[in-house]
Design a protein around this ligand. Structure first.
Ligand code: NAP
Length: 314
């Protein structure tokens, strides 16, 4: 653990990668730590239509690949390791990983958020056997079959539309009688003959044998339960869950100021701990998109460099 990095970025989603580009380009030694695969939530998005410069029908995975090349071009290091403990109190911050402990003059927390589960009986046991949180990854398994999408936000509606490329029918199960998704997505979904809606409804239970074949849905207004069984010719069905995300901030609890698990920063991405910045969806803010995440990452890296200068670093 001899090397002391100027900037350690925790997480390689859009915010972390943008921080890596700005950190590397400003000639600060920059390390990005990623526990599994770079990209964060966006790799689950089949089409990024609203990020400036994204290619026509570009997937989240493709956009992330292009960001990653840019990061490496500017000299930031990308190491796959899971941060398990942090000591952010001193002038030199320590991030303990499974493989090694890393030291940095500054830390940018960009560990993102993860999908929330519905909490219905059967959800966990059928994950990967009918229950999915990623249409891009699993949509093709349901070619010609019937699938259900839980949620009414941008993710749910984007992915419901994407799933119509595979499934013969997509039913959106939403707990209210109005979607949260932006108008343009709503229009697309309502105009799609393959998409149906079950309003005021929640999933109560998921059942099956080897694979998921039954969804129990309750109408929250009437209390009426509907038991949906897979067509016997199909043998199984799919349930795709898109009901939002939770910030990945457990590691920083009690060490950094937060509200409901979201990290508080000022407009320059500074947390209450000197030399520690936060960027992306784990930050308390009103608009969580790729474009706001990358803006956060860029700002955090610029501020980290200024902080190093103010401390007399090189
Ligand atoms: P979201 O906007 O928070 O929507 C979550 C949806 O799930 C809402 O419709 C919510 O219902 C429903 N829900 C929440 N908890 C539930 C529960 N326990 N049971 C049943 N339903 C539940 O989350 P998101 O759609 O994942 O989007 C997250 C952020 O990413 C948003 O800012 C979104 O704009 C952004 N995003 C953007 C794009 C894009 O730009 N292409 C794509 C995906 C996501 P209620 O409406 O009743 O609260």
């Amino acid at each position: 653990m001899s090397k002391i990095y100027d900037i350690i970025v925790i997480g390689a989603g859009p915010a972390g990668l943008a921080a890596g580009i700005y950190g590397g380009r400003s000639k600060r030694s920059t390390l990005i730590l990623e526990k599994a695969r770079e990209g964060g939530q966006i790799i689950y998005t089949s089409e990024i239509a609203n990020y400036p410069g994204s290619l026509d029908k570009e997937s989240g995975i493709s956009l992330i690949e292009r960001m990653k090349s840019q990061v490496l071009k500017f000299g930031a290091e990308l190491i796959y390791d899971t941060a398990t403990e942090v000591d952010l109190s001193g002038e030199i911050k320590k991030v303990k990983g499974i493989a090694e402990t890393y030291q940095g003059r500054t830390v940018i927390i960009a560990s993102g958020a993860y999908p929330i589960s519905i909490g219905a009986p059967g959800e966990m046991s059928f994950t990967g056997r009918g229950v999915s949180y990623c249409a891009t990854c699993d949509g093709a398994f349901f070619s010609g079959l019937e699938v259900f999408v839980v949620g009414g936000g941008d993710s749910a509606i984007t992915e419901a539309i994407e799933l119509t490329n595979h499934a013969r029918k997509v039913t959106v199960i939403h707990r209210r009688d109005q979607l949260r998704a932006v108008e343009s997505l709503q229009e697309k979904a309502f105009a799609n003959p393959k998409i149906d809606f079950m309003w005021d409804s929640v999933v109560k239970e998921l059942r099956g044998g080897e694979v998921l074949d039954t969804v129990v849905v309750e109408n929250v207004k009437t209390g009426k339960e509907t038991v949906i069984k897979a067509d016997p010719n199909d043998g199984f069905l799919g349930v795709f869950v898109f009901i939002g995300f939770k910030p990945t901030t457990e590691l920083f609890a009690g060490k950094i100021d937060m509200e409901n698990g979201y990290i508080l920063t000022d407009e320059e991405m500074r947390t209450n701990v000197p030399g520690v910045f936060a960027a992306g969806d784990l930050r308390k803010k009103t608009f969580r998109q790729v474009i706001t995440a990358v803006a956060d990452g860029a700002l955090a890296a610029v501020q980290a460099a200024k902080y190093i200068d103010s401390m007399g670093g090189e």
